[in-house]
Design a protein around this ligand. Structure first.
Ligand code: CDP
Ligand code: CDP
Length: 195
């Protein structure tokens, strides 16, 4: 079976948590596409060459989860040649036999416009920054400022900007616990699988 679940949205919206739960529930493979951009940013040097030469070990680098790694990722993510170098791998993953969940910024709009299920997961910047601060600690005002700056860069870039696909189900989790968000996502996938 070929079946793609595309999960997009801004930083710390809960994309990864929902993606992992959906993948576990249906036995689908999961790809955190943000990790690709984080790895390219962390490698340093020419980002286009880094993207073209990316190997699985690069995704296991330490510290890819930090705020700084997120910023570096969004800076290389504006470069069209970087995005192009990562596209084929993501498309093959999305359409591989057995079903796949991909989470990122442009999965439903650019990587897999034919995805069977598209979710756009969001929440207020305050709620998302608080979640990220709980994970990483540090100065709460700085975490909020970085989240807002990154979302702005991701939304305003010319190539594959962050925005909901026209046919995406928008899930605002500002007032939703993670269990409820996961339940909504699983119900949506179940419905589509039955159809
Ligand atoms: O992948 P993304 O950056 O969108 O977010 P995540 O890593 O799945 O979630 C960021 C943090 O927010 C995690 O610690 C989640 O447990 C938490 N979270 C939450 O508290 N409530 C939600 N509805 C969604 C996520
Ligand atoms: O977990 P969080 O939402 O904070 O970030 P991420 O998903 O790891 O993505 C890090 C950065 O990579 C984003 O801010 C985007 O600039 C970029 N990215 C992208 O451009 N396209 C994707 N499909 C995934 C991530």
């Amino acid at each position: 079976m070929i079946f793609t679940v595309a999960i997009d949205g801004p930083a710390a919206a809960g994309k990864g948590t929902i993606a992992r739960a959906v993948a576990a529930r249906f036995g689908f493979a999961h790809l955190d596409t943000g990790l690709l951009y984080r790895a390219v940013g962390a490698l340093g040097g020419d980002p286009v060459l880094a993207a073209r030469g990316l190997v699985p070990d690069d995704l296991a680098r330490e510290d890819l989860r930090s705020l700084a790694a997120g910023q570096a990722a969004s800076r290389v993510a504006v470069i069209p040649e970087v995005r192009a170098a990562l596209t084929d791998f993501q498309r093959r993953f999305a359409r591989a036999e057995g079903g796949a969940v991909l989470d990122g910024r442009d999965i439903g709009t650019v990587i897999c416009p034919e995805a069977e299920v598209k979710l756009y997961v969001t929440a207020s910047a305050q709620v998302r920054a608080h979640r990220r601060w709980l994970e990483l600690g540090g100065d709460a005002a700085q975490v909020l400022a970085e989240v807002v700056e990154r979302d702005k860069r991701d939304s305003e870039r010319a190539t594959a900007p962050l925005k909901p696909a026209a046919d995406a189900l928008v899930l605002d989790t500002s007032d939703m616990g993670i269990e409820q968000a996961v339940a909504r996502a699983i119900a949506t996938v179940e419905e589509r699988l039955k159809a």
